[in-house]
Design a protein around this ligand. Sequence first.
Ligand code: SF4
Length: 435
Amino acid sequence: MTRKNVYSCQLNTGKQGTRKIELLAPAGNLEKAKTAIRYGADAVYIGGNRFSLRSRASNFSMEDIQELCQFAKEFGAKVHVTVNMLPHPDDFEGLKEYLLELDEAGIDAIIAASPAVLSLARSLDVGYELHVSTQHSTTNSKSIEFWKDQKMDRVVLARECTLEQVSAIAKKQILPIEAFIHGGMCISYSGRCVLSNHMTLRDANRGGCAQSCRWKYRVFDDPKSETPISPEHRLFSMSSRDLQAVDFVEEMINSGVSSLKIEGRMKSAYYIATVVSAYRRLIDEIYEKGFASDEFRKEIKMEIAKAENRPTGPGFFKGIPDRKVQLYRDHDETVTQEYVAEIIERIDDEKVLLRVRNKFTPFSHAEVFGPNIKPASIFIEEVYDEQGNPMEACSHPMQMVMARYDGPAPAFGMIRKRLGDDTTTGRNSDSKESD
Ligand code: SF4
C-alpha cells in the first residue's frame, strides 16, 4: 500500500490558526469507537484481536477495523491500533501477516512497544505511522532523538513525566508527542509491573493484568505477627487515582504537544461520550479564546465527574505524587450519574423515541447531552411503550419507549440522571468495567 504518511505527521506548533491538537480516545468495541468519534474525538485507538494488551477488552476483528476506518474517514478521524504486547519467542507467528492486513484495512497508525514489532512494521514499508508506546517509559528528549533515528513517527510519553517535562520535550519539536490527559494510572511505572504475573500468573504485558494493585491487602512487618502495621489501615490498597488534566491542557497546547490521550479501552460508551465531549469543549474553547477561564474549567471538571467512578488527581504533572495525591483508601468505586436512555430520534414536536439503558421513571428530572451540544436539563413527563400505553417505570434495558419532554433530542444523544434523584436503581446495561 502506498499511503506513506497519509496521517498528518506535522508537529503541532500550538499557535492560533494552526492545526488543532488531536484528541485521542479509547474504544473497546465498534459501538464505543463510533461514539468517541461522534462525540468529538479526532482519533481513536483500539486493540485488534491479536498482539494487543487488554485481552479482556472486547477487541476488534479485522472486519470491524475495516468498518471503523470507513466510518472514521467520513468524520475526518483517524484509527490507531495497539500492537503493544511484549512478544516472547513463541508469540511471533502470524505477526507479519497481521501488520500487512492492518495496512490493507486502512488504519492510520499502530502503537507498539516492542522494537521487534516496530522494526518489522518498518521493514514492511506499511502506509501507516509507527507510534512508540508509553510502555517504553520515554521521559526525555534524548530518547525521542533515538526514536527519530529509528524512523518512528510519534512517541507516547510516559505518564510519569511532570507537566514541565512534557512541555520542554514537546517544545524541542523532535517528533510529534502524545501525552495522556485522562484515565487510569498504574501504581508502578506503566508497563513495568509483574504484580499480576506474581499473584495470578496473568502477564500484564501480554494483556492479562488482573489489577492486583487494586486488591485489598493487609500489611505485616513480621510474617509471624497477627497485627497489621497500621491497624487504622487494616485493608490497604495500592489503587491509584485516575489522572485528570483539565488544568494542564492549555499549557500542553501552547508547548506543541501533538495529541492528548484519554485512557480506558474497557470503559463504557457512556463514560467515553462524557469524557470525550468534555475535553472536546475544553480544547475548542482554548483555540477559540486563547485560554480557558477558571469558571469554564470548573464546568468541564464537573462534567467529567459525571462519568467518573474513581477519584481523580493530577498524576505526575505537578511532580511525584505522594500517597495522599496518588492513592485512595476507599477502594469502592462510585458513580453519581446513571446513563438511563439512548436517544433514537424525535417522533414529533412532543415525543422522542428512546432506548432504555437503565431504569428510570416518568415525571422525573434528567439531563440530555450529545454530540456538539452543551448538556441541558430536562423534565421527563409521560412515557409510553411502543403500543402507546402509558408506563409507570422503564425498567427493561434495550426496550424502545416514547417519552414526552421539552428539550433537545440530538441523534446519538444520551439521557442521564443523578443517582438517588428518584427510584433509578436499575442494573447498568452498559457495564462499568475497571481498567
Ligand atoms: S494496573 Fe496495577 S497490577 Fe496492573 S500493571 Fe498496572 S500497577 Fe500492575
